[in-house]
Write a new protein. Structure first.
Length: 380
């Protein structure tokens, strides 16, 4: 009989969450505002080295608000990493705008600076430059932000950093999510820290965050009665959930250590097998290693990611395919797509050979051994 289920990345509570939840109950701050929300915002902002942040109901809501704040209109284009979760691009559609998908580069699996540059040059020629670029930092690994920011600054196009998966990671000594005009984090149940569901919007632009706070609370004008001169949203985070977030955030650095330990054990045990390549860590970056991901050489190992996932599932272990590139999704059929180089779609190749291994920060060594033993058996 298979052992206890091993999940991909389950929530990992510290025990202190209840203290903050109780405080909220005792003070009757059971609302989408309150002291836990205020403090969670300040604590997260300070953790990533910024002054302020806005706690919202999801990472997706934070991306949506960034696009609203940038004034994206239905006739606008927004460039977006293709290799990512669908939530990165859906808000472009909410705005009625048009996504243009950009391929990955092989080193970080994130947006390819050369594909981005090619797309921008062509857009410039056609007088159709995008109003924003959404850059994703996949699985904790930062994209090549220096190159990307240089390119985008040259064209004067704001960057939204989808750091839903890279909270706590750093790039050239700065926290992931703080490079663009806006950064967003997610506290969904499977992320490195969770509020069960929630998100955060960050920026250096304090006025924009003030505006975000208003938009996320139905955009009420500052008068003593209910006056509305713009469309708002109900996107604020609950004071109860922010309490969970505060306790989780206090343990984030420890979670990163644990995730990195998980990654290193996989790598130590398996990287001598020819044909398995773990997502490298870009120089001068520290990845939170949210998920351990690897590329499987199907010819060498004579096995497909799907077969590995199935073999693990038989032993009650959850593994997954990597994100399916958005330009290959039925909902995004027909939108423009720029490959890394002529005729070479890196993201499609990665999808074909990529696998996410269980990477819970609470996974025990013996649980991880169960996974490793099956992989050794299947990959020889
Ligand atoms: C999880 C995730 C999101 C969405 O966050 P939610 O809080 O679930 O809305 C967006 N982008 C990426 C890359 C994600 O992994």
């Amino acid at each position: 009989m298979a052992g206890k289920r091993i999940y991909l990345s389950p929530p990992h509570m510290t025990g202190n969450e209840k203290k903050y939840i109780n405080e909220a109950f005792e003070s009757n701050w059971v609302a989408p505002l309150g002291p836990n929300v205020d403090r969670f915002e300040k604590e997260l902002a300070s953790y990533v080295g910024l002054e302020d942040a806005v706690a919202v109901s999801s990472g997706t809501a934070a991306i949506h608000l960034s696009l609203v704040l940038l004034g994206i209109k239905p006739e606008d284009k927004v460039f977006c990493s293709t290799l990512t979760f669908v939530a990165t691009a859906n808000p472009i559609i909410y705005m009625g705008a048009t996504p243009v998908f950009i391929d990955s580069e092989p080193e970080t699996w994130n947006i390819s600076p050369q594909a981005l540059l090619r797309a921008l040059r062509e857009a410039e020629k056609n007088n159709a430059l995008p109003k924003a670029v959404i850059v994703v930092n996949l699985y904790g690994q930062s994209a090549k932000m220096k190159e990307i920011m240089e390119i985008c600054e040259n064209y004067n196009i704001p960057v939204i950093e989808d750091s839903a998966e890279s909270l706590g990671s750093s790039y050239l000594g700065k926290k992931s999510g703080t490079f663009g005009k806006f950064g967003i984090y997610s506290f969904n149940g499977n992320k490195i820290i969770t509020t069960s569901g929630g998100g955060m919007l960050v920026s250096k632009d304090i006025d924009a965050l003030k505006e975000a706070r208003n938009l996320a609370a139905q955009a009420r004008d500052p008068v003593p009665y209910y006056l509305h001169s713009k469309i708002g949203y109900n996107y604020r985070m609950s004071n109860i959930l922010a309490g969970i977030g505060r306790a989780q955030l206090a343990n984030l650095d420890q979670r990163i250590e644990e995730k990195r330990d998980v990654f290193n054990r996989y790598k130590d045990e398996l990287s001598n097998i020819e044909g398995i390549d773990f997502l490298p860590e870009l120089q001068n970056t520290i990845s939170n290693r949210w998920l351990t991901v690897a590329a499987i050489n199907k010819e060498k190992l004579k096995i497909q990611p799907a077969q590995i996932i199935e073999a693990l599932e038989e032993e009650n272990i959850e593994a997954r395919h990597i994100w399916k590139p958005l330009h290959t999704q039925p909902i995004f059929k027909g939108y423009e797509y720029y490959t890394h180089s002529e005729g070479c779609s890196v993201s499609e190749k990665l999808f074909d050979c990529g696998i996410c291994l269980p990477s819970g920060s609470c996974m025990t060594v013996s649980e991880q051994d169960r996974v490793i033993d099956i992989l050794k058996l299947k990959l020889k």
